[in-house]
Design a protein around this ligand. Structure first.
Ligand SMILES: C[S@@+](CC[C@H](N)C(=O)[O-])C[C@H]1O[C@@H](n2cnc3c(N)ncnc32)[C@H](O)[C@@H]1O
Length: 260
């Protein structure tokens, strides 16, 4: 008669071997996960040092210059989510484009209205504005990596370099100001308030619309990302009404405020 060999606990030898293998894989997984965490922490510490990150600021100029350089002109990774693939980012941008166009159309702004884009990145939304027939566009970004190419592509549009958290952008009488996927990268609250009052409220015409995105959770996500609530925007944008309540937009929300 066939009889399974058993160990001192009464388990069959096969079962006991499997348990040992499972345990080895389990320990291996823990070791790999710990190595990954340590590696991530070391990379983060290196980045924090490189970009001079403190509790409430970082060298945005250097960070964005390197990021735009790293990913080049045609990639969406520099301006989108660098943890996702090019195709995933492209899909996100494709849907974002229609939501953005819808909000612009709902704002009922004439084609003659002047548009100021704060943090134009690789010019994705500038090109959307151009396709919508908007003539009067002015873009500002902390770096000018993409400016030369964009000036060639869109010769009637203007692309300038400025830190919108510290510098006043002279662009009065705008009908629309948009800030897509940018406000979270101004991690210092005072700098974002400066931008909202000096560069948004002061440049927008009465009846003009400000379009902005945020995750709306009030969290410091990393040294170069901080989210704010709707209340933060409301308190900084005195004399504005929330027009478009927040709607899902990629991994964030998009909303608009109209100046009274
Ligand atoms: C995540 S990208 C988004 C770009 C573009 N709006 C889009 O949605 O594709 C953030 C952009 O904001 C710019 N930026 C970050 N901080 C800035 C600042 N303080 N002043 C002006 N531009 C800034 C960056 O250079 C970058 O182009």
């Amino acid at each position: 008669m066939y009889c399974k060999r058993r160990n001192e606990n009464g388990e069959s030898e096969g079962l006991s071997k499997m348990r040992k293998i499972d345990m080895k894989y389990f320990l291996l997984r823990i070791i790999i996960d710990v190595i990954k965490i340590i590696r991530r922490k070391m990379i983060n510490a290196g980045s924090r040092k490189k970009f001079n990150a403190s509790m409430n600021d970082y060298n945005a100029n250097l960070y964005w210059e390197q990021r735009h350089k790293q990913f080049g002109n045609e990639s969406f990774l520099g301006v989108g989510h660098k943890g996702l693939s090019e195709e995933e980012n492209f899909t996100w941008y494709a849907s974002a484009k229609y939501i953005f166009m819808g909000i612009l159309k709902d704002a009922v702004i004439t084609k003659k209205a002047k548009i100021l884009e704060l943090g134009y990145g690789n010019g994705f939304y500038a090109q959307v504005c151009f396709k919508m027939g908007i003539d009067n566009y002015y873009g500002v970004d902390i770096v000018d990596q993409h400016a030369k190419g964009l000036r060639k592509k869109l010769p009637n549009y203007s692309f300038e370099k400025a830190d919108i958290g510290t510098e006043k952008v002279a662009c009065k009488e705008c009908g629309v100001i948009c800030m897509i996927d940018v406000s979270q990268h101004i991690v210092n609250d005072d700098k974002l308030r400066f931008c909202l009052t000096e560069n948004v409220a002061n440049n927008l015409n009465s009846g003009g619309v400000f379009i902005v995105t945020d995750q709306l959770t009030n969290e410091k996500k990393s040294f170069y990302e901080k989210t704010r609530t709707v209340e933060f925007y409301k308190s900084a944008l005195k004399g504005f009404n929330l027009e478009q309540a927040p709607i899902l937009f990629r991994d964030k929300y998009i909303m608009s405020f109209r100046k009274r």
